[in-house]
Ligand binder design. Sequence first.
Ligand code: FES
Ligand SMILES: [Fe+2]
Length: 339
Amino acid sequence: MAGSERSENHLSESPRRELAPPVPGEGEGGVFSQSWFPVCLSVDLKPGCVVGAGFLGGRVVAFRGEGGGPARVVSAYCVHVGADLSVGEVVGERLRCRFHGWRYGGDGRCVATGIGDPVPPRARLFRFPTVERYGIVWAFNGEEPLFELPELPYPDDELVVRRSMLDEMPVEPWLVQAHTMDLQHLSLPHEFELAEDPNDSVRVGRYSVGFDLRARLRGDADFDVRVDIHGTNIFWQTGTLDGRWFFWIAPLAIPGPGRSRATFVFGARREEGEDTVAAEAFLDRAFSVMMDLFNDDTPVLGTIRFRPGLLTRSDRALDRYLQYVRDYPRANPAADFLV
Ligand code: FES
Ligand SMILES: [Fe+2]
């Protein structure tokens, strides 16, 4: 009797999935994570050139003066009647709209109309804080940056570096990085043999989160690295592969909600007396190890419908990360300018 009651009760329960508090999507409520985001590669922004890019669900342009000075990132649509400035041109240090010739300085202010009319006092583009580092032009989603980009421990001239920009992916940057903090997946499917539980080394700051990882990988590679995520979109890994120092940076651009675009920058320090061929051979090896891991992940990342549900002991780092993302500052001060 008791058994049949239990069974009836069981049958009458409607199945419900246990869900943790949701993580807000990028663009939800009109706001996005306040972080540094790649806009384009430095090599694609020659002196006197302008390059358009999707950003925060809208559009920006990066440009560089004819003198080859610093890169600038501003909203893409001319404040006169909205021509896309990526089809404009750079004249001296200024960006000139192709339609009626309004000119903008690097701070986004309009300095002249094409026909000589007075410049309306509020005629300005949105100027993003911009830096150029690691071969990437970065823009910060905010009036002022909340944090600086991290530094590598060695100067550029001691490094051999490669970089490439991947195609856009239908997944948000924070979700790709959730995968970084998903330490359960290091054992399955990546088959790491962990030297210790990286959940025990998790550190959480206001604008970064990370952990230390020592493991033996498939093919017997020895991996000893520090992994950090800056903002919600910048993967930052430095450490050693088979005892040799290397770094792997993978910041994700955010063209719009539900989308991201990765740039891989990886490199090593040229060792004393080492020729380029030997350094490049090491980079080939590092690349193949990392791409092996990336290829494990892409079928899942390309199809996942990520909903934080029932987490277990091995998900402690992921749990902390999800809370970090929920608390992460979001804004969109350029919203009125970008679309
Ligand atoms: S739309 Fe740019 S000057 Fe008129
Ligand atoms: Fe992975």
